[in-house]
Design a protein around this ligand. Structure first.
Ligand SMILES: Cc1cc2nc3c(=O)[nH]c(=O)nc-3n(C[C@H](O)[C@H](O)[C@H](O)COP(=O)(O)OP(=O)(O)OC[C@H]3O[C@@H](n4cnc5c(N)ncnc54)[C@H](O)[C@@H]3O)c2cc1C
Length: 376
């Protein structure tokens, strides 16, 4: 084998690529990562890490509690019209809001401390399979690896080269993120619902909140979007934007396969759930651990199986929330029911963060098959 061949080469240094690099390096594998950009890498994101995401991060050796973050203790849903409010509190430790660039730096520092090598401003151009792995050409150099990991986002070149693009796309929406300088008025993540879409608010420090708007149509500006969320608009009346808005698409997309014998996909390159679930980062961290175990066992079919089961819960939540987005009537009824029966919303949240296995024993399978019928 070529002397410069690494065990694992990861294309993409977003959260998925960095988490995968950390998980693999912790198991003693020689890891290299390339990215078209250079740090700090920012991206439109709601910037909320639910308690289960924090546990998955801790399993990778990262504790963000002592860094620039803000705790949140649960989730509140607010329907703008007809008004209805439901909230639930985490029965565990709080979640944390963290600026995307702060999270990126933490992951990067940890990866560097484990000996991971980085190649910045190196867009991947070409992949050639060999008997012992892959040869990867970037605009600047040629790299060789036994295993190639595509963590290069939804338009993954690795997926295209490995013929792994066959997918079902159930939803495509637009996201726009804006930070505002203001003391958070709530210690919950608030999700505002209207016919336009959702706006969710995550505290990211003692004097800043992150607002992510998600809609089916192009969002011209945060000011435009706020017109559709009068309650949120009132909260933000005196707040100033603290940076430029940043947009991105969000997909509910399931890939048929995420691995060959020596190439695997992770993060958004391997499919995604709608952003409103707040599960994208948790998926990245859980997939990273599963991928590293499969790499160590030299059997990527193990990752294929693990990937499917990791996706199941967030996928169900994603489809349920998209149904509420599409049907104002169903949304109003559901949120009014949660308002009247708060324990229902509490149980749903507990299932969502993996604290509880099911909403009601025996009833969940019925709900899941009903939802399957409605969304297929
Ligand atoms: C509006 C919005 C709000 C969201 N809110 C939340 C939230 O609150 N909580 C949550 O958990 N998730 C949230 N998500 C989802 C989350 O942001 C994504 O799931 C996550 O960013 C996926 O990370 P990734 O590393 O797979 O992809 P990315 O972050 O897209 O990283 C891909 C990397 O690959 C690099 N790359 C691409 N092509 C190439 C190439 N050819 N060569 C080299 N490098 C390349 C890019 O430069 C980039 O650094 C949100 C998403 C959106 C759009």
């Amino acid at each position: 084998m070529h002397s410069n061949t690494s065990d694992v080469l990861i294309a993409g240094a977003g959260p998925a690529g960095l988490a995968s690099a950390i998980a693999a390096a912790r198991l003693g594998l020689r890891v290299e990562v390339l990215d078209a950009a250079r740090p700090p890498i920012d991206k439109a994101c709601g910037e909320g890490l639910m308690p289960d995401s924090l546990q998955s991060l801790a399993a990778l050796g990262i504790n963000i509690r002592h860094h620039q973050t803000a705790p949140f203790h649960g989730i509140r849903f607010l329907n703008e019209r007809p008004t209805a409010t439901a909230q639930a509190i985490f029965p565990t430790e709080p979640g944390r809001g963290i600026r995307r660039t702060v999270l990126h730096q933490l992951l990067l520092d940890h990866a560097l401390s484990l000996g991971v090598r980085f190649h910045w401003e190196n867009p991947l151009r070409e992949i050639t399979p060999t008997a012992t792995g892959s040869v990867v050409r970037t605009t600047r150099q040629t790299l060789r690896a036994r295993y190639l990991i595509g963590a290069d986002g939804p338009r993954s070149r690795v997926a295209a080269a490995a013929n792994l693009t066959a997918a079902t796309v159930r939803s495509q929406r637009i996201g726009l993120r804006q930070h505002y300088s203001i003391s958070p008025w709530s210690n919950l993540v608030e999700v505002y619902w209207s016919d336009y879409g959702q706006a969710y608010v995550t505290p990211t420090s003692t004097n800043e909140v992150c607002v992510a708007f998600i809609a089916r149509q192009k969002i011209p500006s945060p000011t435009h979007a706020l017109q559709h969320f009068p309650t949120l608009s009132r909260h933000l009346a005196s707040a100033l934007p603290s940076d430029a808005p940043r947009g991105s698409i969000t997909l509910d997309r399931t890939l048929r396969r995420v691995a060959t014998s020596n190439i695997a996909l992770t993060g958004d390159a391997s499919g995604s759930v709608d952003a409103v679930t707040g599960s994208g980062l948790a998926l990245c961290f859980r997939q990273a651990a599963a991928l590293a175990s499969a790499l160590q066992a030299e059997d990527l079919s193990l990752y294929q199986q693990a990937h499917s089961s990791i996706r199941l819960g967030p996928q169900l939540i994603s489809r349920s929330l998209l149904l509420l987005d599409q049907s104002p009537r169903l949304r109003a009824r559901t949120l009014q029911t949660f308002e009247r029966l708060p324990f229902l919303f509490q149980r749903l949240l507990e299932v969502h963060i993996g604290h509880r296995a099911c909403i009601f024993p025996g009833v969940d399978d019925l709900l899941a098959s009903g939802l399957h019928l409605m969304t297929n």
